[in-house]
Design a protein around this ligand. Sequence first.
Ligand SMILES: [Zn+2]
Ligand SMILES: [Zn+2]
Length: 359
Amino acid sequence: MPAAAKRDYYEVLGLGRGAGEDELKKAYRRLAIQFHPDRNPGNKEAEERFKELNEAYQVLSDPERRAQYDRFGHAAFQGPQGAGPFGGFDFTQGFEEVFSDIFGDFFGTGRGRTRSRTRRGDDLRYDLEVEFDEAARGAEKVVRFQRLTQCDECHGTRARTGGSAARQCPNCRGTGQVRTQQGFFSISTTCGQCRGEGMVISDPCPKCQGQGRLRKQESLSVKVPPGVDNGSRLKLRGEGEAGYGGGQPGDLYVVIHVKEHELFVRDGNDIMIEVPISFPQAALGTEIDVPTLEGKIKLKIPPGTQASKIFRFKGKGIVDLHGYGRGDQLVKVIVETPAASRRASANCSRSSRSSTAKR
Ligand SMILES: [Zn+2]
Ligand SMILES: [Zn+2]
């Protein structure tokens, strides 16, 4: 979705800018019930509204993100420069937590009971800039970033080592849900004592404050395969944030940004270079040295070569990322006509380009 089409988060929730935490929760709750996919099976619009709502809530319920949003709008979370090295953030992760926290067992007991105490770690995104040559040949790059890792003190158990271990919550007997009878209705809500986790830790690990995870500076060596292009995404399985309560770690996505080359322009797996030759060289024929990705190659220019003629070096382009051979190098000779070139070289090159296109 283009940024311009994105609705204002406050508008999505039907709130004013000054809305408090309680108001926010209430609005989210009301709208989430209305647009929840379980209540609107097959309704695409409701599904979109639900997603939009969820995204808005995730940002506005987090004081730090909300402050960023208030200052910069949607731009706060877009692009490589958006939020530090990790441009985007994953809206789906953590959703269940937010959701169950508010709803308790609103949508039926099945959901509550199957809610796992373990949770997969979030995926991370890293925007990596590489040189043109590195993209063509492949490279080994070191990326540095922060991520939540399993606490090395309690190994993710969240309890103090040598202290009393986590035990089943006595209030809900490990289900994470408490049922109360109200007239005819039996209402199930999230257990307040364990916050729905079913376990209580009376003696939390002091190093991670019972979180089981710690934020750490990491550096990782990443193999960039030959042939990557702008927007190529490398997935490093398990290199995202550590899971919660022993859950699987998330993945790290490295998004490639290729710098421009001073001579070559890339078009898919082909690369193009423009080489100027003089009018006499074009008229009489000559031999010139042309730079390629692997050093210079001699190119024979036959007598009477027209301006903007394109020569092709087969297989001298970029190796296909998925192993489908290799592109070509296209060499476009720009014939510099004696006087005209000095007079209006810009005009000249434009008209010669359009004449090639016609042919
Ligand atoms: Zn710990
Ligand atoms: Zn409990």
